[in-house]
Design a protein around this ligand. Structure first.
Ligand SMILES: Cc1cc2nc3c(=O)[nH]c(=O)nc-3n(C[C@H](O)[C@H](O)[C@H](O)COP(=O)(O)O)c2cc1C
Length: 215
C-alpha cells in the first residue's frame, strides 16, 4: 500500500522541471476531452506536496467535475469577471475592451467558456492570515503538474459579489477562505513560450535597485 504521507514522485510527472516552468502559461481555450481521475489524483498529490507555514497544510481543493455544477459556476464566474471590469476600467461588454488588450480579450473569452471547461478546481485555506497564503505554493504545484501532464490551466479570481453564492453552491463553510479558481483541460492550441520581464530587471543584488551580475 502506498504511504500517502510519504508519496514517491510519480513517473508520469517526468517533464523536465525547466520545461514545465518556462512553458507554463495561461491556457484559456480547452478541448472538451475529459481529464481522467488518475490525472487529477496526480495533480492533487503534487499540490499536497507543497511547503506550508509550520507544515500546517491549510490548503483545501474542491475539484468540480459535475457538468451542471461547472455550468452554474461558469455563470457566477462570468458575473464576477465583469464585476471586476466594471469597477476597474469601466468596461461592461466585450466591445468596450480595446483591441490592444489581448490578455483581457482572452480572459473575457474564458469568462464565457468557464461553464464548459472539463474541470474547475477551487482553492481554499482553512486558516486565515499569513499561514493561509500557504495555498499559493500548492496552487503553483498544481499548475506545474498539470502542465507536465499536457493539461492547461489558468489561475483566476472571483469577486465579492458572487462569493456567498459560490460558497453556498458547494457547501463551503464561512471559515474557509477562497483563494482562486483554476479551470483545467487539454489546450486548444499550444503552450508556447511566455513573455516575461528579464530577471535582470526583477532582481536586485545586495541592495534595492543594485543590478545582478547578468543582463
Ligand atoms: C493572481 C492571479 C490572478 C489572475 N486572475 C486571472 C483572472 O481572473 N482571469 C484570467 O483569465 N486570468 C487570470 N490570471 C492569469 C494571468 O492573466 C496570466 O498569468 C498573465 O496574463 C500571463 O499570461 P501568460 O501566462 O499567457 O503569459 C491571473 C493570474 C494570477 C497570478
Amino acid at each position: 500500500m502506498v504511504d500517502q504521507l510519504r508519496l514517491p514522485p510519480p513517473a508520469e510527472l517526468a517533464l523536465p522541471i525547466g520545461e514545465a516552468m518556462f512553458t507554463l502559461r495561461a491556457i484559456r481555450k480547452f478541448k472538451p476531452d475529459p481529464i481522467g481521475d488518475e490525472q487529477l489524483e496526480l495533480i492533487m498529490n503534487a499540490a499536497s506536496r507543497a511547503p506550508s507555514g509550520g507544515n500546517f497544510q491549510p490548503a483545501r481543493f474542491l475539484v468540480i467535475r459535475d457538468r451542471a455544477r461547472i455550468r452554474a459556476f461558469g455563470e457566477l464566474y462570468r458575473e464576477a469577471w465583469w464585476a471586476k471590469r466594471r469597477e476597474g476600467p469601466g468596461w461592461t461588454r466585450v466591445e468596450d475592451i480595446p483591441k490592444s488588450e489581448k490578455t483581457f480579450l482572452a480572459a473575457a473569452q474564458l469568462a464565457d467558456e468557464m461553464g464548459r471547461v472539463p474541470v474547475v478546481v477551487l482553492a481554499f485555506s482553512v486558516v486565515r492570515g499569513d499561514l493561509g497564503h500557504s495555498v499559493l505554493p500548492a496552487v503553483q504545484n498544481l499548475l506545474l503538474s498539470a502542465r507536465a501532464l499536457g493539461i492547461g490551466s489558468t489561475l483566476t479570481t472571483l469577486h465579492d459579489d458572487v462569493m456567498p453564492r459560490v460558497l453556498e453552491m458547494f457547501d463551503v463553510p464561512d471559515s474557509a477562505q477562497f483563494y482562486c479558481s483554476i479551470p483545467l483541460g487539454y489546450p486548444r492550441g499550444r503552450f508556447g513560450t511566455t513573455l516575461r520581464r528579464p530577471s535582470s530587471e526583477t532582481t536586485y543584488w545586495d541592495a534595492w535597485m543594485q543590478p545582478p551580475p547578468w543582463r
